[in-house]
Structures are given as structure tokens and as C-alpha cells.
Design a protein around this ligand. Structure first.
Ligand SMILES: Cc1cc2nc3c(=O)[nH]c(=O)nc-3n(C[C@H](O)[C@H](O)[C@H](O)COP(=O)(O)O)c2cc1C
Length: 203
């Protein structure tokens, strides 16, 4: 009997506002790795193409923070983006460093993802990866910040789950790590797909 292994859906999330950015290059390399590991569905969510309204902070004042409420208040763009995240098995977050942290586009998305995390942990068990472009300082702070947040949201990470590149030319080292990251994220997703092996609530 044949058991068909489902191919993971891979989503690259691009937090650079620039076209042909270094972030683009990093993401493309990682997606190539993902395809070479067997991913047949890859998509890039270019945050700059959307006017994503900022999080309204509902969780802090009346405790109602869920996907339904968030899309009701935020409308089509919020629904479209959050549904795209929900539909992916592998999420690769790529951002330039803006003032020692992720770009505003990326941070805005992270805040909006609170409704996926709060109580329901909708993204838990997804595989994550982090790619970062910078010029001088702040890549490790940016990556750490994303790691903490995404781990809190229930994502799991393969070995060598991040990479960063200084300047506009992608170095051979970074190219290697970005490619491996895409590959390993897909391999990890395949290894765990369909298995609920962790404590779902996290508590
Ligand atoms: C608003 C802004 C803030 C920035 N802050 C930093 C920073 O704190 N550290 C750093 O190394 N580079 C910083 N940079 C430079 C970018 O991270 C760098 O040019 C990066 O390679 C751009 O990536 P991209 O080509 O993917 O857009 C900043 C750039 C901008 C526009």
C-alpha cells in the first residue's frame, strides 16, 4: 500500500519595503532549498503590498482576542493575511534590521498574529525559520526577538534555523545557510506532519 506523504506548504514572509532587496534574495535562496527538499507549494507574502492596519490591542482591555474578532474589526486585508499564515506548514520570516529590530512591516504583522496565539495557539506545531538583512548592528537582537515571539506562538525550529547577511551582496556563507534553512524546515515539517506530539495548550 502507498502512503502519500503530503508536501508542506511553504510561506516566505518578506518584511522589506524595497523591491529587489537583500531580504528578497535571502528568501528566494531559502525557498529554493525548500523546493529542493520536496516542497511543491511555495508562496511569498510581500508585506509592503498590503495596508495592514495595526493591532488594536483588544487583548489588553477586554480580553477578546481571536481570529474572528480580529478579522471582523480589521476587514479583508487582515483576513487574507491571517488565513495565508494559517494555511502554511512552514513559515520563513525574512526582514531587514530597522533600528535593532525587525522592520515596521514585520513587527506590525507579528502584533497582528496575537489573535492566532491568544488562547487558541493556532500556529503551534508549524515550522519556522528566520532570515535577516542588516548593515551594521542588530541582526542578533532582531533574530532573538523573532525567535522568542515565534516560540511563544508555538512554532518549532529546525537545526540552523536562522541566517543573516551584511550588506547588499549575499555572501557565500549566508547563501549556504539560507539554502540549508529552507531545506531543513521542509524536512522537519515532513518528519512531524500530522503528528500531534506536543502538549497542545503549552501549559
Ligand atoms: C529605517 C532603517 C533603519 C535601519 N536600522 C538599521 C540598524 O539598526 N542596524 C543595521 O545594521 N542596519 C540598519 N538599517 C539598514 C538595513 O538593515 C540594511 O540596509 C538592509 O540590508 C536592508 O535590507 P533590504 O535590502 O532587504 O531592504 C536600517 C535601514 C533603515 C531604512
Amino acid at each position: 500500500m502507498y502512503i502519500m506523504m503530503k508536501s508542506p506548504r511553504v510561506l516566505g514572509i518578506n518584511g522589506s519595503p524595497r523591491n529587489n532587496s537583500t531580504t528578497d534574495s535571502l528568501l528566494n535562496i531559502a525557498l529554493k532549498g525548500a523546493i529542493d527538499s520536496g516542497a511543491t507549494e511555495t508562496e511569498v507574502l510581500r508585506l509592503a503590498e498590503y495596508s495592514l492596519p495595526p493591532c488594536e490591542g483588544c487583548v489588553s482591555y477586554h480580553g477578546i482576542c481571536n481570529l474572528q474578532e480580529c478579522t471582523r474589526r480589521g476587514g479583508d486585508v487582515v483576513r487574507r493575511i491571517l488565513d495565508t499564515l494559517k494555511g502554511a506548514d512552514v513559515l520563513l520570516f525574512a526582514t531587514p534590521v530597522y533600528w535593532f529590530g525587525p522592520s515596521g512591516l514585520m513587527k506590525n504583522l507579528i502584533d497582528r498574529m496575537t489573535c492566532l496565539e491568544h488562547k487558541q495557539k493556532i500556529l503551534d506545531g508549524r515550522v519556522g525559520g528566520i532570515l535577516c538583512s542588516y548593515e551594521e548592528e542588530g541582526a542578533s537582537l532582531t533574530i532573538s526577538q523573532l525567535f522568542l515571539t515565534l516560540s511563544d506562538m508555538g512554532l518549532m525550529f529546525p537545526p540552523y534555523a536562522y541566517t543573516y547577511n551584511r550588506g547588499e551582496t549575499v555572501s557565500p556563507d549566508t547563501e549556504f545557510y539560507a539554502y540549508q534553512l529552507g531545506k531543513n524546515a521542509v524536512l522537519m515539517s515532513m518528519a512531524f506532519m500530522g503528528k500531534l506530539w506536543w502538549n497542545k495548550t503549552g501549559r
